[in-house]
Ligand binder design. Structure first.
Ligand SMILES: Cc1cc2nc3c(=O)[nH]c(=O)nc-3n(C[C@H](O)[C@H](O)[C@H](O)COP(=O)(O)OP(=O)(O)OC[C@H]3O[C@@H](n4cnc5c(N)ncnc54)[C@H](O)[C@@H]3O)c2cc1C
Length: 455
């Protein structure tokens, strides 16, 4: 039997970040992975989807080149070449990550692992003991009753990112982040797209004003959507899939993408047997990612926090530092930046107006339209920067819509997490002409001294 300070089950964002940081802190680490190091984010999530979205952006640039006086023509999408580009990005990052794990002297164990005691993980018949066990087995794409995923006509995001041709038409079931990103890609690639969402809005976790702007932009792009109606059934036939909603409406398309959320990978892994408390499959943890069983920790999509790669990184680092005795500060989940990489992009941090009111803040709001921003005009993008603030207090939330606003989230998260007031940010100079000026202008206006703003 081999003994380590930490044995980590799952080599995705949460697991490998924990392994890298723990090793850096001088702890002995074993990392167990049954598939590929890097997990969902690198192989089936963040990276491949963003490569597809970038290819879509290039296609749209070609389509709209004449708007900028450039003679170019969009001809078609070569999915084999798109996939080669996407897989090239993944492969390079995968190799880099493998090298990093090796260089930190982490014991990498390939195979399916299972918790077989409070401090033992078994892989291929061999047992690995850890003074600490970190569970990081991630998540899988959920489906709905009556939906039979066949991988061809009815698919998950994982299958959708491997298509070898662009479908003529697609129904996207679920208007959350993943659904909206795929809808955006496929529209850019030339497909007819319809999103079906049971909630009243697309990206319904965002501020309502953000959802409305995205809906307006999607309508303008010709992306169809049905909001506030629930899925009833899907029937496959030779030409595609017919989806019926509870209100009786029907839609037919070549492909149905099921993007109704992701559930935790926690079944049959020995978690319950070890006495770990779970809720609907998620492992419950305290603010340091400790489970109820001493010495067992859990991070990433397996616990009921935001399902984002950078949340997994942060939780993995937190656990490693706690085990090493550094007593790190717990994560403030309100301060996690959130980006939907659609066209246009959506980016936010902090509280929505509704959340701020619910928490009893005396709320002030300010919306700065990108129409007043030079760079946004150069890019021909529309959108806004909305601030939610506490009256005579700090900025409580920043909500942005528009091309490339994802890149502005780094400043927005500093503003929120450092509890800046509008007047603090108004004193900072933003380079001209950049989109970041819109953030500056919004804070100038909220501080009572608007510059390029009417009224
Ligand atoms: C389509 C899509 C797009 C996304 N885009 C973004 C984005 O743009 N930005 C963002 O921040 N997040 C994005 N995410 C979310 C992000 O991918 C996840 O939040 C992140 O990967 C979670 O990390 P994790 O370590 O918890 O789990 P995972 O990355 O799922 O890793 C878990 C690992 O554990 C392994 N494993 C499971 N069980 C066992 C076992 N018994 N034995 C051995 N190994 C096991 C799995 O093989 C896997 O490698 C996206 C997700 C999807 C699906």
């Amino acid at each position: 039997m081999s003994e380590f300070d930490l044995v980590i089950l799952g080599g995705g964002s949460g697991g490998y970040a924990c392994a890298l940081r723990a090793a850096q802190l001088g702890l002995s680490v074993a990392l167990v992975e049954e598939d590929k190091l890097g997990g969902t984010c690198l192989h089936r999530g963040c990276i491949p989807t963003k490569a597809l979205l970038h290819a879509g952006e290039v296609a749209d640039s070609a389509r709209h080149a004449s708007d900028f006086g450039v003679n170019a023509q969009f001809i078609s999408i070569d999915m084999l070449a798109v996939n080669a580009y996407k897989d090239g990005v993944i492969s390079k990052l995968h190799k880099g990550l493998q090298g990093l794990v090796k260089s930190r002297n982490i014991t990498y164990i390939e195979g399916h692992g299972r918790l077989v005691g409070k401090n033992v993980i078994e892989v291929n018949g061999a047992q690995y003991t850890g003074k600490n066990i970190v569970l990081a087995t991630g998540s899988y794409p959920k489906t709905l009753p009556g939906l039979d995923i066949d991988g061809v006509q009815i698919v998950t995001s994982e299958q959708a990112m491997k298509f070898e041709k662009v479908p003529a038409s697609v129904i996207v079931l679920g208007g959350g982040v993943i659904g909206c990103e795929f809808a955006s890609v496929w529209k850019s690639f030339g497909a007819e797209v319809t999103i079906i969402e049971a909630l009243p809005h697309l990206v319904a976790l965002e501020d309502e004003s953000t959802s409305k702007q995205l809906e307006r932009a999607y309508r303008k792009r010709g992306i169809n959507f049905e909001l506030g109606t629930r899925f009833a059934s899907a029937v496959r036939n030779e030409s595609g899939v017919t989806v019926t909603l509870e209100n009786g409406a029907t839609f037919t398309a070549e492909v149905l993408l099921v993007a109704v959320g992701r559930g935790p990978v926690s079944a049959n892994l020995g978690y319950e047997e070890a006495g770990i408390t779970l809720d609907r499959g998620y492992i419950l943890v305290d603010d340091k990612c400790r489970t109820n069983v001493p010495g067992i920790w859990a991070v990433g999509d397996l616990i009921p926090t935001l399902q984002l790669a950078h949340v997994g990184f942060a939780e993995g680092i937190l656990v490693a530092e706690e085990i090493a005795g550094l007593n790190p500060r717990p994560i403030n989940y309100d301060g996690v930046p959130r980006v939907t990489y659609s066209e246009p992009e959506v980016a936010s941090v902090g509280l929505t107006t509704a959340q701020a009111k619910e928490r009893g803040y005396d709320v002030v709001e300010l919306s700065y339209d990108l129409a007043g921003n030079g760079k946004a005009n150069i890019l021909k993008t529309a959108g806004s920067v909305k601030l939610v603030g506490q009256k005579d207090g700090p900025v409580l939330g920043v909500h942005m819509v528009g091309d490339r606003v994802g890149e502005l989230i780094s400043e927005a998260q500093l503003i929120f997490n450092w509890e800046a007031e509008a007047s603090d940010v108004a004193a900072l100079i933003h380079a001209h002409p950049t989109l970041s000026e819109a953030l500056g202008e919004a804070h100038l206006a909220l501080a009572g001294k608007p510059l390029h703003a009417h009224g």
